[in-house]
Design a protein around this ligand. Structure first.
Ligand code: PLP
Length: 480
């Protein structure tokens, strides 16, 4: 409240101005909220619910925090949809983009090339091949696109066409996993395995062979790990034994099925998949869109089991969460199969308007430099330890059925009954209840059904990490 005194006329005038400005901001904010509800259709969102809620509208970010239009700060515990790895307003990336803007913001890779795209491709190839043990051939060919789904579409089409060029007939479908998520375009939905998202589109999809998900907590084969000796791999092998002549590739999210609920495969599973692909002569596509760039504690998830895929998809973290960009990296062997005379039509007929966008590539180059400059992976290890210790404690709670993580990528599965593993019904929105509670206390979460997802920027400080975990724990206690 303002109190008028003669001596403070000047100050009061300023305060009045400020108040007026604040009131203006308040008007502007409600206007923004109205406009959002009027014109914005949000992804994976029941808009009827949204229209009844007060939306969080973000206007600013710094480090691992985001600020809404009312000036409230939240810890960004899901890295703005898993993409932000070095924090917001990272100076090096900000500068790289500004510098590139002063040169050129976009030119096309269809019929020309550009400087950042060339440099980034080289850097990625170096990085991938220094991280992964090369098997039959090395991953040296980088195909650009602009999001995770497109990087997978590209991989599927490459694998399909590869066999045609090799003169092998009939390899026209894929093995995909239950609970898999590879994107939202129709090709990627075809290899997806999440009923809720994918079932309605089934008339539009191509058929694939479905292998079990390595979801040990709820094993669809009713087995227990490790006594099962990878029965799920056995199922995959059965499909291959019978149908490998129809299968172009196995597509898999290495180590962690992310959107399926942060499902972490038991150690040895991924290597088993690689061995089956080799044995039955099908390609292996590793979709590292979520797991790539340090998220699992190593640069790429495939490193955990010394696996080299034939095709690798990368996106999310690639630009540090700044700009949309993706790559599909293919082995020489695959690229070479597309070489031929112009008239042979062996060309890979695929490309997007913004393929190899120079701004995004410049951001990605800066993002990758930071890994070296700041020794990101080494600094990550104590944070992973803190997260894992916390998860072990959380697992004791009566409504937590399972906790799982690989690196700084974790899921806490809430259950109605710990003994029977009975889940909360989806209508109970238990994950969301926890998320809203945490939000009230300054931590921004987005759950996957009953799974509370924990995916803060890799750069989060130990102090902030501990604070975040405390808020999440309180939220889970409060709602269960
Ligand atoms: C997010 C994700 C995708 C899709 O990426 P978009 O950029 O959202 O299209 C594909 N694969 C995996 C494993 C993902 O997590």
């Amino acid at each position: 409240m303002l109190i008028w005194t003669k001596n403070h006329v000047g100050t009061i005038w300023e305060k009045c101005q400020k108040t007026r400005k604040l009131m203006g901001i308040r008007d502007e904010n409600s206007h923004l909220e109205e406009l959002d509800k009027k014109h914005t259709w949000h992804p994976f969102t029941q808009m009827k619910d949204w229209l009844e809620e007060k939306p969080v509208i973000i206007s600013e970010g710094r480090d691992c925090f985001i600020k809404d239009i009312y000036g409230r700060w939240y810890l960004d515990a899901v890295s703005s949809m898993w993409v932000n790895i070095h924090g917001h307003r990272k100076k090096e990336i900000d500068d790289a983009i500004k510098e590139q803007v002063d040169k050129i913001s976009h030119s096309t890779l269809l019929g020309s090339s550009n400087v950042p795209a060339i440099k980034l491709a080289q850097k990625l190839v170096q990085l991938v091949n220094s991280s992964l043990v090369s098997r039959h051939s090395s991953l040296t060919k980088v195909f650009y696109s602009d999001n995770g789904s497109t990087s997978v579409e590209v991989a599927l089409k490459m694998a399909f066409q590869y066999w045609i060029h090799k003169g092998v007939k009939g390899k026209q479908t894929f093995i995909s996993l239950k609970n898999a998520y590879h994107g939202d375009t129709l090709g990627t939905v075809s290899v997806g395995g999440i009923e809720t998202f994918h079932k309605v589109f089934s008339p539009l999809l191509f058929k694939t062979y479905n292998a079990p998900s390595p979801y040990c907590y709820r094993c669809e084969l009713g087995k227990t790990c490790p006594e099962c000796s990878f029965a799920c791999l056995g199922e995959m092998e059965n499909i291959l034994k019978e149908h490998s002549n129809e299968i172009a590739a196995v597509i898999i999210e290495p180590i962690v099925q992310a959107a399926g609920g942060m499902i972490v495969a038991p150690h040895g599973y991924l290597k088993g998949v690689r061995d089956l692909c080799t044995k039955y002569n099908v390609l292996m596509i590793a979709d590292e869109v979520a797991t790539g760039f340090g998220r699992t504690g190593k640069m790429f998830a495939c490193e955990h089991e010394d696996v080299t895929p034939d095709i690798m998809c990368l996106s999310k973290g690639i630009t540090g969460g700044y700009l949309p960009l993706a790559v599909t990296i293919a082995a020489d062997e695959i690229y070479n199969a597309f070489l031929g005379e112009f008239k042979d039509l062996k060309t890979f007929f695929h490309g997007h308007s913004y393929t190899g966008n120079p701004l995004a590539c410049a951001a990605a180059l800066a993002c990758l430099d930071i890994f070296e400059k700041e020794d990101v992976l080494k600094k990550l290890q104590p944070k992973i330890k803190i997260l894992e210790d916390w998860l072990i404690e959380m697992a004791k709670m009566s409504h937590i059925g399972d906790v799982r993580n690989k690196g700084l990528m974790a899921g806490v599965e809430l259950v109605k009954d710990k003994n029977t593993k009975e889940p909360y019904t989806w209508q109970e929105k238990m994950g969301w209840k926890a998320a809203y509670h945490a939000r009230e206390n300054g931590v921004f979460l987005r759950p996957l059904g009953n799974v509370v997802v924990i995916m803060p920027p890799l750069s989060i400080s130990i102090e902030n990490l501990k604070q975040m975990l405390k808020v999440i724990k309180d939220a889970i206690i409060a709602v269960t």
